[in-house]
Structure formats: structure tokens, C-alpha cells
Ligand binder design. Structure first.
Ligand code: PXP
Length: 239
């Protein structure tokens, strides 16, 4: 059974909406771990739109499972990772105007630059995880530069709008997982996974961890809003 990495970026997004300290992603990370999460994922973006440097520092101290820092290969962010030393660094492409990470990293095209970052991480004892599209050339290039893990981008599978397209995307992920595993890479997967499309991916035997954010944070509103409203009603009625 693959492990579950919970991405807490959207808790920080909610906090940033009011610019205060609540809700605190560090506290939510603890609840996720106590609820069975196998790792905590957070993305320190260059624009700091959600998770900030202080969150990362405190998460490094408080996370007891595994801290997986998502990051671009921007020099400033790499330096922070080398200082903080998360257990794992997931390298992703980052565009300033995107709503979320859109595509996989092009390891074939940027082989040297990515290899350089992977080596720096390795020297500091940080595992590297390259977020790539489920393509043989990208998987091979990831292995060639010494990555520990690949994370297969499941976005095209999640967004497929016909059964046939979904099946095709599923098969690409399955094939990629087997190929990655056969050449000695650890294989993870993530992006766009939700309460409907995750079960099939979880059955692929070679996948070690699924990293999921948006659907879990969104589901927590539905699961939690009733209690939150009742609690406020109680408080008002006492007042
Ligand atoms: N894995 C990676 C590398 C990502 O960039 C993201 C999005 O931040 C996720 C997993 C989680 O995606 P989602 O929020 O759609 O579950």
C-alpha cells in the first residue's frame, strides 16, 4: 500500500487571505500526522504565496514523519533547502502566474542544472524526488543524474474527461511506475488526486507514496463545517 503525503500549502493559502496567523499550517500538519499521514509536503515558492520561510523552519522541528519540501531549482530556494535539510526535496517547475504546478520538470532539457541541485542535496543527506511526466525519456534522465525518487505527474489522468482518455493516462502512469522501479528509482505519484480517482492509482504495486493536497483540504471543509457552525451557535447562545 502506498504511503500518503499530505500537502498543506492550501492551509497557508487560507491564512494568507487575512494575513494573520490562523489557520496555522504547522498545527494542521500535526493533525495530519496524528491522522495517519506518512509525510508532510509543503512548497516554498519564490513568491511565498502560501508557505513562508518561518513555516518551513518550524515544520522542520515539528514534523515527526517525513518533511518533503517541494521546490524549484532557483538558487535562493536551493540554499534554503540545504540549510533547513528536509528529509526529501521534490523538484518541480515553477511559473509565477500558474495557480498550481502545471507540468512535470523537463529533466532531459535541463539535465545539467537539475543534476547540480540533486548532487548538492545528496551531499547534505537530502533525498531527491523529481516531479516528471510519465515519460520514459524523463525517467531515464532522472536515473542518469542520480535522483533517488521520481514523482509521476498524475494531472493528465485526473483531468481526463473521457473514460478512454483516463484509461490511456492510467496505463502511461502504470507503465512508467514499472519502468522507474525496474531501473532502481523509487516511484511516487501525485497531482489532482481526489476521493474518486485515487483508488486506481493506489493499486499500482510499484508506487511508494501518493502526494495529495487540494482534495483533502477541500474535503475537510465539508467534513468539518457542521461542527464549526454548531460550536459557534453554542458560543452565541451562552453569550
Ligand atoms: N505533488 C506535486 C509535486 C505537486 O506540485 C502538487 C501540487 O502542489 C501535488 C503533488 C498535490 O497536488 P494536489 O494539490 O492537486 O493534490
Amino acid at each position: 500500500m502506498p504511503g500518503l503525503g499530505v500537502n498543506i500549502d492550501h492551509i497557508a493559502t487560507l491564512r494568507q487571505a487575512r494575513g494573520g496567523l490562523f489557520p496555522d499550517p504547522v498545527k494542521v500538519a500535526r493533525i495530519c500526522e496524528l491522522s495517519g499521514a506518512d509525510s508532510i509536503v509543503c512548497h516554498l515558492r519564490v513568491d511565498r504565496r502560501h508557505i513562508n520561510d518561518n513555516d518551513l523552519k518550524i515544520l522542520r522541528k515539528s514534523v515527526t514523519t517525513k518533511l518533503n519540501m517541494e521546490m524549484s531549482i532557483a538558487a535562493e530556494i536551493v540554499d534554503i533547502a540545504l540549510k533547513i535539510r528536509p528529509d526529501q526535496a521534490t523538484l518541480v517547475p515553477e511559473k509565477r502566474l500558474e495557480l498550481t504546478t502545471e507540468g512535470g520538470l523537463d529533466v532531459v532539457k535541463y539535465k545539467e542544472r537539475i543534476a547540480n541541485v540533486v548532487n548538492k542535496l545528496k551531499k547534505r543527506g537530502i533525498l531527491s524526488n523529481l516531479f516528471i511526466d510519465p515519460k520514459k525519456s524523463q525517467i531515464r534522465a532522472s536515473k542518469d543524474i542520480g535522483a533517488d525518487y521520481i514523482e509521476l505527474h498524475t494531472g493528465a489522468y485526473a483531468n481526463a474527461n473521457t473514460e478512454l482518455a483516463r484509461k490511456k493516462e492510467f496505463e502511461r502512469i502504470e507503465e512508467a511506475a514499472f519502468y522507474g522501479n525496474s531501473i532502481g528509482l523509487g516511484v511516487n505519484a501525485g497531482h489532482g488526486l481526489d476521493y474518486i480517482n485515487t483508488a486506481a492509482i493506489a493499486k499500482i504495486p510499484k508506487i511508494e507514496e501518493l502526494n495529495i493536497g487540494f482534495s483533502i483540504i477541500a474535503a475537510s471543509v465539508f467534513i468539518g463545517i457542521s461542527s464549526a457552525v454548531k460550536e459557534m451557535k453554542k458560543l452565541i447562545s451562552r453569550g
